[in-house]
Design a protein around this ligand. Sequence first.
Ligand code: ZN
Length: 373
Amino acid sequence: MRKTGFICDEKYFWHDTGNGALFMPAGGFIQSHESSENPETKRRFKNLLEVSGLMDDLVQMKPRYATEEEIRYYHTQPYIEKVKQLSALGYGDAGSLAMVGKDSYEIALLSAGGAIQAVEAVVKGNLDNAYALTRPPGHHAEASEGMGYCIFNNVVIAAKYAQKVLGLERIMILDWDVHHGNGTESAFYDDPNVLFISLHQERLFPAGRGNVEDTGTGAALGTNINIPLPAGTGNAGYLHALQEIVEPIATEFKPQLIIISAGQDAGLFDPLARMMVTMDGYRRMTKFVIDLADKLCNGKLVACHEGGYSAAYVPFCSLAIVEELSDQRTDVEDPFIEGFKDLPVDELYDLQREYVEKVKVEQAKYWSISTTV
Ligand code: ZN
C-alpha cells in the first residue's frame, strides 16, 4: 500500500458551464440540455471512491487557491482579467468553448492550486503519489485563451511551480486525454527540461494540432512528442505506444517527476471521442507509468484529472487508476464490459503499429530508439 493523496473540493463541482448539448452552448436549433463538461462525471468518481471504501485509505487533502502570480507563470494578465470579468458577470466564453460561470475564476484558481498542492506534496516526499480531481480541466488552455472547457492550465502551472519553486530540473508530462494537450505543448515547446508526450485520437480536437512532426523547437527539439492514434484504438494500442515510445524516451530523459494529464475520455463509452480503452486498460496504463516512475524517479507521480465525459464509465476507469496508484484493490469490477466482451480492445492491429512506428521514426532523430524501418 502506498501513501496516495487525493485532492478534491466540492467547489470544483460548482463551476457552472451552463446549458448546452455535448460541447456546444444551447441556442438556435440546439435545445437546452447539459454540457458534456458538467459536474456529474467527476462527482460520481468521487462517490465511487467513497462507496468502494478506497477513499478511507487515501490521504485526503483540500486544495488551496493558486495565487495570481502562479497563474501568471503561464497566462497573460489581459487573459486573467478577462476570466475575472466574465466570472463576475456570471456567463461567457473565455476563448473557444471554455465556458465561464459565476465564481468560475475563483474555482479555476482552486483547480490550479489543487494541482500545485499535489505536486508539492509528492516532490517533498509527504506523499508517494497523488490524484488531483481538479475541475475545470486545463490542458487545452493557452497562455492568452481558454479552450475546450479549460480555463487555466493546471498541469502547466504545477509543472512550472515545480521548476521555479521546488527546483526540479527535468519533468515529464504524459497526457493521455483523448484530445491533444495543445495548451501544455505550447507552454513547453521551447523548454528542453520538460518532456511532453501526448497520446490522442488523431485529428480530433483541436483542429490542426497534435501532429507527429511537431517535436519542439531550438534546444527543446525532441522533447515534444505527439502520438496520434487511429479511431478505435483500445487497450492494446495504447499499451503498445507506451512500451515502444514512452518507455525508451522517458528512460533516456530521466525525469525527476512524472505528471499524468489524466483524461479518461479515451474510454469505451465516451460521447466525445471514438476510442476503446476499458477500466482494465486504464489500470494497466497506470501500472505501466508507476513502474516507470519507480524505475526513474523514486515513484514520484501525480495524476491530474482532465476530460472524460461518460458519467457512467469514467468513475470506474478513474477508480482503477487510483487503485493502482495506492496499490490496493477494492471489490469493484467493470460492470459494463460483459456486454461488450467480444470487442477487440486487447488486439493490436497493423494500422495501430504503423501509427506508432511513424512516431518512432520521427523521434529516432533525437533519441536512441530502435525502428524497424
Ligand atoms: Zn479530452
